[in-house]
Ligand binder design. Structure first.
Ligand SMILES: [Zn+2]
Ligand SMILES: [Zn+2]
Length: 298
């Protein structure tokens, strides 16, 4: 009998870990992974399906990705039709994985129809909504609340921690917005035109008072027509553009030709899709982009 109770005393600690295991969740965007980890803290473990360096516009989940997601409780997507495969993916994951489109309730910026050829890819031009909502600090503040609510719904035991995490993240985004506004105030108003390679900066331009001029939109494609180049050069001259900004994943060939013909300045590379290996959190992306834009346009 004595020996038996000793055996139990040895076994019990193995079945009673001191801390609960973090809830496993998955994410389809590096910026969202960072946001969910910020809000969830030690209570969640985020599996990043789309990793820094990947192309969010042409991603398709592999069988291996789907198997990994099936092992989680929740899947956080960017939404706004960025993941055109989401309906199909949600079906194959089944009801045990709750899918959250974080951007769904974030106010949309509608793409300018004149800029339709400059969107990232035909799949995302379909509904006329710019899917790159995470360039705005206000959108990120709203997203922090959406993530906190979604985590609380699935894991109500930790609701107060998620609520606090969401509030802390929102406060951080607010102070980043103030920093960005202060930096951008160094740029004369007439210079606030943002020439980028694809129409990814609609939310950024709206938040910080820029005119969005995506003239290099086809630069990810291999072929660019002479007519396209002529139009781009005309737009630069008409808008008295001072600098153009390449992207981290763009093909620089078109850019080089435009610069040769117009003498326009090349600004630093911008992070357009939030997946740059050097900048894949909201803070790193915003600080990088604002610094590059202010440097070239002030
Ligand atoms: Zn796209
Ligand atoms: Zn994009």
């Amino acid at each position: 009998m004595k020996r038996l109770s000793l055996l139990f005393a040895l076994l019990i600690p193995l079945h009673q870990p001191l801390q609960a295991e973090p809830m496993k969740v998955a994410s389809l965007h590096p910026l969202i992974s960072d946001l969910v980890q910020k809000v969830g803290g030690a209570h969640v473990q985020v599996l990043s399906i789309i990793k820094p360096g990947a192309d969010i516009h042409h991603f398709e989940p592999s069988g291996k990705d789907i198997a990994a997601m099936k092992n989680t409780r929740m899947l956080f997507a960017s939404g706004k039709h960025l993941e055109s495969y989401l309906g199909k993916l949600s079906d194959s994951l089944g009801a045990s994985v709750k899918v959250i489109e974080v951007g769904r309730l974030v106010p949309s910026v509608v793409l300018n129809p004149d800029q339709a050829i400059f969107v990232c890819c035909p799949a995302h031009a379909k509904n006329g909504i710019d899917p790159h909502w995470w360039h705005s600090a206000d959108s990120m503040k709203r997203a922090a609340r959406i993530v906190a609510d979604a985590l609380s719904e699935v894991d109500p035991a930790n609701e107060s921690a998620y609520e606090a995490g969401g509030k802390a993240a929102a406060a951080e985004f607010e102070s980043l917005k103030k920093w960005a506004q202060q930096q951008i105030s160094a740029i004369p108003r007439e210079n606030r035109k943002l020439v980028t390679a694809h129409a990814a900066f609609g939310y950024f331009c709206k938040e910080y008072g820029f005119k969005s001029v995506p003239i290099l939109g086809l630069s990810r494609e291999s072929e660019t027509s002479p007519q396209y180049l002529a139009t781009a050069i005309q737009v630069i001259r008409e808008n008295k553009i001072r600098a153009v900004f390449p992207e981290d994943q763009a093909n620089p060939k078109v850019l080089t030709e435009i610069v040769r013909d117009t003498g326009v300045k090349i600004g630093g590379e911008l992070v357009a899709d939030g997946t740059s290996p050097q900048a894949h959190t909201f803070e790193a992306m915003l600080r990088h982009n604002v610094s590059a834009i202010v440097e070239a346009l002030k």
